[in-house]
Design a protein around this ligand. Structure first.
Ligand code: SF4
Length: 206
């Protein structure tokens, strides 16, 4: 079996393993809160449409894995999961996320101090991080109770780091907007890259 076949099988297995959770309507991911609310509904209804096996995604995952490995040797923890139960109008939801890198206090190993999110691709912002990335990081800062965040953008041309301070985030409102599908799309550009755009009644592009 070639390497490509091997990578494909691994990606397919990862996708299949997460299918049950990804289609559970009681689960909301942190990434759902920073993107189009209709995408979550589409994922629950048509989960197989979101399977993507494309070079930019594979490259991005390899960059994540490499940088996480380098920083794990410097005391960072990688792919750290976080969960929070939230009650919305009598129904219980589980908010789930996974921060790329977390540094804990040397005095108290349960106390998160800094969080890093890694972003790859070609769309590198110039003077400030993308709004949805900063929002995602601020949600993690809130959920982990950390005081400092960094967004690291890695593209073929540049590597840029932005520091992000904690700011109050109304997580409950974001969950409401998501489960009641009030932000479809959250940003107009999302539709251009959306795997559901051909069957979505709210699509802003064909
Ligand atoms: S096509 Fe646009 S509105 Fe529809 S799910 Fe995708 S991002 Fe949301």
């Amino acid at each position: 079996m070639g390497i490509l076949d091997e990578i494909y099988r691994i990606k397919q297995k990862d996708f299949t393993d997460k299918l049950q959770e990804a289609t559970n309507p009681s689960i909301v991911y942190v990434t759902d809160l920073t993107s189009c609310s209709m995408k979550r509904i589409m994922r629950i209804r048509y989960p197989l449409l979101s399977f993507r096996f494309e070079p930019p995604i594979i490259l991005g995952e390899l960059v994540h894995t490499g940088l996480e490995k380098i920083l794990m040797d410097k005391g960072w923890k990688a792919e750290v999961q976080v969960e929070k139960r939230v009650n919305i109008d009598g129904a219980e939801y589980l908010l789930k996320g996974r921060a790329d890198l977390v540094k804990y206090s040397q005095d108290d190993e349960s106390k998160a101090e800094e969080i890093v999110e890694i972003k790859t691709g070609r769309d590198l912002p110039l003077n400030a991080p993308h709004e949805h990335h900063a929002l995602q990081l601020r949600i993690y800062l809130d959920l982990f109770g950390a005081k400092k965040g960094y967004l690291v953008y890695i593209t073929p041309e540049r590597i840029v780091e932005f520091s992000v301070d904690p700011e109050p985030v109304d997580i409950e409102t974001l969950i409401r907007e998501t489960i009641y599908n009030e932000r479809a799309p959250r940003y107009e550009w999302e539709c251009r890259y959306c795997p559901y755009r051909r069957i979505c009644p709210f699509a802003k592009t064909r």
